[in-house]
Design a protein around this ligand. Structure first.
Ligand SMILES: C[S@@+](CC[C@H](N)C(=O)[O-])C[C@H]1O[C@@H](n2cnc3c(N)ncnc32)[C@H](O)[C@@H]1O
Length: 301
């Protein structure tokens, strides 16, 4: 079988299994099997695959046909120009989340550089660490704390930070929300020693009953804890709005990603907790997806 025939056959199989962009998936799987950049396949259409290459491809295509995410099969994805390893223990980073990373690093880069005072950020629910790593990479003097309830996700996040050479400016904390920060006891009045310039989060935001209706790649392979936002999908925004101020510097900001159609409810949640909502940002498909807010006690914007 030639490269071109392998692509066509795999693409037909994947299309029948309901995989979106079947041809692209087939090309990426073959490129992964042959350890070639995808574009190189086009120069090798007539090359005949060896029997081990054919067997290897068949295995990969079979997995994809069972709707295992491409990124789990190839083991990685790209996020803000960084290679991020992906597996079953963390949500596969989504391209739209890059916008949250960008807003975050633009804010951190604008923080005044004071002696003995590094800008700091908290990534609440870090998963693969993609957001935290992008911040640390773009803000070379910042310190970034990556927090998650999943110990397995944190192992992956740390590996990704090491691979991307930012781990020495990062801290990885496991626990249920802000309780993860409680180990570093606050002062005598219970105030946290952790005060961040920026709290960033792409929390779980799918309503529990909706999870069953999602595409198999998400429903069956992203960790449930990365998806489930409670009965109405908004549990984590309530927690963030109620608890985050205690962990933010007075002029710090919170930036959260949310799902399509949740903007108004989330704005209300934050305003009810006396945050000043600065902006609700749309993604590249003109859907409102990110809220930026500051504490009402803050004096500057
Ligand atoms: C939607 S995923 C986002 C992952 C990553 N930040 C990204 O954007 O790709 C949400 C993350 O929140 C974590 N999480 C869920 N419940 C949590 C909790 N109670 N405390 C801390 N993290 C939690 C999940 O394990 C998951 O990694």
């Amino acid at each position: 079988m030639t490269v071109l025939e392998a692509i066509q056959k795999s693409a037909d199989f994947l299309a029948k299994k309901g995989v979106e962009s079947a041809r692209l998936n087939a090309e990426l799987l073959l490129a992964h099997q042959l350890k070639l950049p995808r574009m190189k396949l086009y120069l090798n259409f007539a090359r005949t695959l060896t029997p081990p290459e054919t067997d290897g491809l068949r295995e990969l295509v079979k997995r994809r046909g069972l709707r295992e995410p491409l990124q789990h099969i190839t083991g990685a994805t790209a996020f803000c120009g960084h290679e991020i390893a992906a597996n079953r223990h963390a949500l596969v980073p989504r391209p739209e989340t890059e916008l949250l990373a960008e807003l975050g690093w633009q804010f951190l880069q604008g923080r005044p550089a004071l002696p003995n005072h590094l800008a700091s950020a908290l990534d609440f629910g870090t998963g693969t660490g993609c957001l935290a790593i992008a911040l640390a990479a773009k803000c070379p003097t910042a310190h970034v704390t990556a927090l998650d309830i999943s110990a397995e996700a944190l192992v992956l996040a740390r590996q990704n930070a090491v691979q991307n050479q930012v781990a020495e400016r990062m801290e990885f904390l496991q626990g249920d929300g802000f309780a993860a920060l409680a180990g570093n006891h606050g002062d005598s009045r219970g105030r946290s020693p952790h005060r961040f310039d920026l709290i960033l989060s792409n929390p779980p935001y799918i309503a529990t009953a909706e999870i069953a209706t999602l595409e198999p790649e998400v429903r069956d392979f992203d960790p449930r804890a990365a998806l489930d936002g409670g009965v109405d999908g908004l549990d984590f925004y309530r927690r963030l709005a109620a608890e985050a101020k205690a962990f933010l510097k007075p002029d710090g900001k919170i930036m959260v990603e949310f799902g399509d159609g949740q903007a108004a409810a989330i704005q209300t949640i934050f305003e009810t907790e006396k945050w000043i909502v600065e902006v609700v940002r749309e993604d590249y498909s003109q859907r409102a997806r990110i809220l930026v807010a500051k504490s009402s006690s803050s004096s500057s914007s």
